[in-house]
Each structure stands twice: as structure tokens, then as C-alpha cells.
Design a protein around this ligand. Structure first.
Ligand code: RB5
Length: 147
């Protein structure tokens, strides 16, 4: 499985830790940047992660900014993306099981690296349950089409 990962300047260090963690677990990683501390705009990096997922260059995406909020909003502007901003593992796990989230976001200024790894692992180790949740996810797609 391939994971796209992207971030703004606030999250370079955490991104590198998560990237190494993913590789240590055997995932292939597509790093879309940024890789320096020069100030960048999070919507651009949210878009890069989201595009990699909808274009099937990656199976799932992880996007990190200072809070996780801005970059998750950016990802959710891309049709087909269900990004969730999670600061703890329970929501991350349920976002896969119930919402079939395809991008995980969190904030480098909110969570430490060990908690971030737990969030990532809970998300990656969970599976979509389908059934009634599929109906609701379909409704999310329909909502996207209406506006
Ligand atoms: C950048 O300073 C900061 O605004 C950004 O990382 C993020 O937190 C936005 O939602």
C-alpha cells in the first residue's frame, strides 16, 4: 500500500518522523513536500496530497499543518476526498470504519510524535465497515455533486 504524505513548514520534522514510521511498517511513501522550514501555504500541500489520492498515485494520504485544520479543509475541497482532522486515535479509527476517510490530517502544533504515530496506526489498521456506512458515504458524494 502506498501513502502520500504532505505538510506545510510547521510540520517538516513531524512529517519526517511519520514517514520513517510508515516505511518501518512496510508502507511505500510518496512525499509531496514541503521539506524546508521556508513558509509555504497549506492549501497547496493539501491539494498535492488529495490529488495523489484521487489520481490513484497513492491509496491513502496523510496531511499535516500546524493544527491540521487548514490542510484538512483544503483536502476536502477536492472531489472524492474524505479528510479527517484527528488529535486522538479513536476518531482516526472510526473515521476509517464509518466514514471511509481517505486522508488523515493532524496538527504538528497539537500532537506530539508518539501520539501522532498512534493516530496513524489506528487509522491504517482499521477497515471500512460498509453496509449502512456505505449508504452514508454515498450521501456525502451526492452532497458534493449538489454544490
Ligand atoms: C501556519 O502558520 C498555520 O496557519 C498552518 O500550519 C495551519 O495551522 C493552518 O490551519
Amino acid at each position: 500500500m502506498k501513502i502520500a504524505i504532505g505538510n506545510d513548514h510547521s510540520a517538516v520534522e513531524l512529517k519526517n518522523e511519520i514517514l520513517a514510521h510508515l516505511e518501518s511498517r512496510g508502507f511505500e511513501v510518496l512525499n509531496v513536500g514541503t521539506d524546508t522550514s521556508d513558509s509555504v501555504d497549506y492549501p497547496l500541500y493539501g491539494e498535492k496530497v488529495a490529488k495523489a489520492v484521487v489520481n490513484k498515485e497513492a491509496d491513502l494520504g496523510i496531511a499535516i499543518c500546524g493544527t491540521g485544520v487548514g490542510i484538512s479543509i483544503a483536502c476536502n475541497k477536492v472531489k472524492g476526498i474524505r479528510a479527517c482532522c484527528c488529535s486522538e486515535p479513536y476518531s482516526a479509527k472510526l473515521s476509517r470504519m464509518h466514514n471511509n476517510s481517505n486522508v488523515l490530517c493532524f496538527g504538528a502544533r497539537v500532537v506530539g510524535s508518539e501520539l501522532a504515530k498512534m493516530i496513524v496506526d489506528s487509522w491504517l489498521d482499521a477497515a471500512f465497515e460498509g453496509d449502512r456506512h456505505q449508504r452514508r458515504v454515498n450521501q456525502l458524494g451526492e452532497l458534493e455533486e449538489r454544490f
